[in-house]
Design a protein around this ligand. Structure first.
Ligand code: NDP
Ligand code: 2IT
Length: 444
């Protein structure tokens, strides 16, 4: 369709070299054709041109002093992509690979994901090329304080509410919050994923991983399957991966593998999650050390081969483009019947095509990992009413939200001729609410 092609070409032209951003925009636009055909008013209002251009993109210097008294300079980012349905909301990523393309693709995806949650949150993302690995607590604190010393002027409880992502967990959120409060002299809900002692929500830590597993449960149940006695492979061993494994095990699955950026472990007896939590959450060590405690496990010093392990369900929970076409073929050959993205855009477009063609149940991250940001929005609600809900209350709401996302994405897919294609269904369901809001608010 020429309108969609024109918008895509323009987005590529205006953002040269931003490969991840191009990939994310292409994937969404390609699925919107039947919606645009049905609603010519969207094209007349320039909706797609506006939706692919961030409202605001911030880049800033982050200087800090390391433990050897050397000056270090990193680059900070915040992309405020779309505020049609609520304040910008989305995580901060600290990882050496971070650049504008990565932050922009994440912010773009976040717009649709946040819309899918049904809660009033717009989309944004930020971060830095700072690498927390190997840094002391003092270095991380000084970096976070410097980062917030610029970021604070752009965010606020009703403006933009960051949270965690890769490399940003409870420790970093604490330092960032402390500095914000100190500069602004205000105790406001400006970050989520906060510690429980200062306004955090129970179940936020677990939410992305648990939500992923709830989503998959709904998806496989609709196809007559269940977790019980299924074999699951999970990549990553961070926040999302750990709590995906926890919930999958609670539901009776045997999880046999986890990884980090150096390699993966294979434990045919089933992963001992207490060991992984101790290594990763407490000691900040490498996953290779699992084998020292569980000698029956194998450790493989590469990350790619993880998808060659036979499994029923695959949950990529590490990072973008970690599962490619070759991996997809291996998974299909090994009779894997469901793949769900815990990470953002972990599956390459070739791999997604293979899964859809081969009838593998496939859940796109926008839908299946939305439980984290949904629970962040629940944290904002609790902060607003100065209350805190029990774990069970938050978990029940999370579960309901994931079931609704599955149903809405499935129904949107069916309505627009994409039956059983949750990629298209999630894009369309997420898009429609933002589109209606933008149309109502005029050319802004
Ligand atoms: P963490 O930092 O807690 O964990 C990231 C995990 O992925 C680590 O095991 C890390 O290994 C691995 N990893 C990171 N980069 C790479 C890489 N380039 N190659 C291989 N492995 C890598 O992050 P999260 O668990 O929070 O995030 C994981 C994914 O989930 C990301 O895509 C994130 O955007 C997404 N997500 C997170 C949400 C949240 O609430 N936290 C919500 C929704 C999505 P190592 O330690 O060696 O770096
Ligand atoms: O990708 C994501 O949805 C997140 N990193 C969580 C964002 C949030 O605001 O909780």
């Amino acid at each position: 369709m020429s309108y969609i092609n024109d918008v895509l070409e323009k987005a590529i032209r205006m953002n040269p070299g931003e490969q991840e951003f191009h990939q994310a925009v292409k994937e969404v636009l390609e699925t919107l054709e039947p919606v645009i055909n049905k609603h010519p008013e969207y094209a007349r209002a320039g909706l797609l041109e506006r939706m692919t251009e961030p409202e605001r993109q911030l880049m800033f210097r982050v200087p800090w002093v390391d433990d050897q008294n050397r000056v270090q300079v990193n680059r900070g980012f915040r992309v405020q992509f779309n505020s049609a349905i609520g304040p910008y909301k989305g995580g901060l990523r600290f990882h050496p690979s971070v650049n504008l393309s990565i932050i922009k693709f994440l912010a773009f995806e976040q717009v649709f994901k946040n819309s899918l949650t049904g809660l009033p949150i717009g989309g944004g993302k930020g971060g830095s090329d700072f690498d927390p690995r190997g840094k002391s607590d003092g270095e991380v604190m000084r970096f976070c304080q410097s980062f917030m010393t610029e970021l604070y002027r752009h965010i606020g409880a009703d403006t933009d509410v960051p949270a965690g992502d890769i490399g940003v967990g409870a420790r970093e959120i604490g330092y960032l919050y402390g500095q914000y409060k100190r500069i602004r002299n205000a105790y406001e809900s400006v970050l989520t994923g906060k510690g429980l002692s200062y306004g955090g929500s129970l179940a936020r830590k677990e939410a992305t991983g648990y939500g992923l597993v709830y989503f998959v449960d709904e998806m496989i149940k609709a196809n007559g399957k269940s977790y019980r006695d299924s074999t699951v492979v999970v990549s990553g061993s961070g926040n999302v991966a750990i709590y995906a494994v926890e919930k999958a095990q609670q539901l009776g699955a045997r999880v046999v593998s986890m990884s980090d950026s150096d390699g993966y472990i294979y434990d045919p007896k089933g992963i001992d999650l207490d060991t992984v939590k101790q290594l990763k959450e407490v000691e900040r060590k490498r996953i290779s050390e699992y084998k020292l405690i569980h000698p029956q496990a194998e450790y493989h010093k590469n990350t790619e081969r993880i998808w060659s392990i036979p499994c029923d369900i695959a949950l990529p929970c590490a990072t973008q483009n970690e599962l490619n076409g070759e991996d997809a073929k291996l998974l299909v050959a090994n009779a894997c019947y469901a793949v769900a993205e815990g990470a953002n855009m972990p599956t390459t477009p070739e791999a997604v095509d293979i899964f859809l063609k081969e009838g593998v149940l496939f859940a796109p991250g926008k839908a299946s990992n939305a439980g984290g940001v949904a629970t962040s929005a629940l944290e904002m609600s609790q902060n607003s009413i100065r209350d805190s809900w029990t774990f069970e209350e938050v978990d029940a709401k999370l579960k309901e939200i994931m079931v609704n996302i599955f149903n809405n994405a499935s129904e949107a897919a069916k309505e627009y001729g994409y039956e059983n294609n949750l990629v298209a269904g999630a894009n369309i369901a997420g898009f429609k609410k933002v589109a209606e809001a933008m149309l109502a608010q005029g050319i802004v």
